[in-house]
Ligand binder design. Structure first.
Ligand code: ADP
Ligand code: MG
Length: 340
């Protein structure tokens, strides 16, 4: 039997699953989708291949996201998606994994934490450890969380927006709200339905968000300096026929500003609840933004205006958690809890 010597880090995101292998790099970075054969219950595919099947409504398979709204909807599916991807990366060499670090959302229950650790054990990896995503995201963004001063990180992903105040290597305060990328997409769908009487799909709505979204400042423009527009394809609700609609940056900003109201409230309450010494530190150390939706144009200025402290964007918003895993795996086990 091959030697057990590999360390592996997993970012189990609502939208994207990333797997880092020490010494080899990020070996998997694909959407967190799994397609299951309805008749046999067998996994057909995961990641990009499964994402292509979303909305195709095939009677033979289900396409599922095992983490919905940052909540573990089905631990069995998480097991399946992990086994499938680890097998893809390691062929039949899963037994060479010596250490498995799984990053988890801050507010999952102790029972869910236990289930994740047991899952690692059931794969034959005794040294399975869990760590809070927000801590890994902070480290991956380059924040020195071990120094004796306060730092704040806001991670805006697919299912949740997570807030963390960190100091001396610990998460001192964390908050999570189920308003993030998926919710923005749904709000765009609802808006197009009501205002343009056209139904667009989730993937189209996501494209609209990525291309047109902005929160403050001048509206995104094209190469000719004209305001951006996007032709979204959908179905006319009145005629039932395929139809396209031109969407512009102004209407998308309005939708997003509404979506961000609750995010703003949670940010303000996180700042209010931060112990005074650490809150004072934020004036210098600022707030770091990460996660896929931190790329929304004008977000930095929007948060700066609310918090009145410097705000910085992660340079690698989609990989910050897995980059943090890389750092955490190098550290000793004293920073982890492998038992809950
Ligand atoms: P998770 O950690 O929940 O898996 P990610 O941090 O991977 O989430 O972010 C995924 C979200 O980021 C999706 O909602 C996706 O549409 C959104 N996203 C990705 N790129 C951009 C972009 N350039 N602008 C706005 N949103 C983006
Ligand atoms: Mg994430």
């Amino acid at each position: 039997m091959d030697k057990k010597n590999l360390s592996v880090g997993v970012d189990l995101g609502t939208s994207n699953l990333l797997i880092y292998v020490e010494g080899q790099g990020t070996m998997f970075n694909e959407p967190s989708f799994i397609a299951i054969d309805k008749a046999t219950g067998k996994v057909i595919c995961v990641g990009f291949e499964a994402a292509k099947l979303v909305g195709k409504n095939h009677e033979k398979f289900d396409v599922i996201c095992p983490l919905q709204g940052g909540v573990i909807s089905d631990i069995g599916l998480i097991r399946e998606i992990l086994i499938f991807t680890l097998n893809k990366i390691f062929s039949s060499e899963i037994h060479t994994i010596q250490k498995l670090l799984i990053c988890i959302p801050s507010d999952i229950t102790n029972t869910e934490k236990e289930a994740i650790i047991k899952l690692g054990h059931s794969l034959g990896i005794d040294n399975t450890i869990i760590q809070q995503e927000i801590k890994a995201a902070a480290l991956g963004t380059g924040v020195d969380i071990f120094e004796p001063r306060g730092h704040m990180v806001v991670d805006i992903g697919g299912g949740t927006t997570d807030f963390g105040v960190l100091s001396l290597g610990d998460v001192v305060l964390s908050k999570s709200i189920k308003i993030a990328g998926d919710f923005f997409d749904q709000q765009i769908i609802d808006h197009v339905k009501v205002m343009h009487k056209i139904e667009i799909g989730l993937q189209t709505a996501e494209k609209v968000k990525i291309i047109l979204a902005s929160l403050t400042g001048s509206y995104p423009t094209n190469d000719d300096d004209d305001d951006l527009v996007y032709e979204a394809m959908g179905r006319d609700l009145i005629t039932g026929l395929p139809q396209s609609v031109m969407l512009n940056t102004k209407e998308i900003r309005e939708i997003l500003l509404n979506c961000f109201d609750p995010i703003k409230s949670v940010l303000l309450s996180a700042l209010e609840e931060t112990p005074p010494e650490l809150a004072g530190d934020l004036v210098d150390s600022g707030i770091y933004l990460t996660g896929g939706c931190s790329q929304i144009s004008g977000l930095r200025e929007y948060i700066e205006d609310i918090a009145k402290v410097p705000v910085y964007l992660s340079e690698t918003p989609l990989t910050a958690v897995v980059d943090g895993c890389k750092k955490l795996l190098k550290m000793t086990n004293k920073y982890f809890y492998s038992e809950v």
